[in-house]
Design a protein. Sequence first.
Length: 93
Amino acid sequence: MAFGIAAVDDHLDRAAIEFPATAREIADATGDPDVPYSAGGRTLALSEAIAETSVETFDSRRELLDALHPVFEDHRTSSGSILAWLRGVLPFN
């Protein structure tokens, strides 16, 4: 199973889309899929992930994937396990 930008890349392979493309065009062309970003099955709608990039138009597929990478990484690390939560609130040095 692909996660994050690898999953987005799979959706782009199946979409009829040309760049440059707007956030709305990308979401529409891909069907605005829920993209998994963790092995635990957590997902984020592609349109929501794109909105978090604060970019409206992407000049290339690479630009889109590069912008999305930190979004999915932030979601993956912030929605982790209880252990990840504990690490965030307790001073482990």
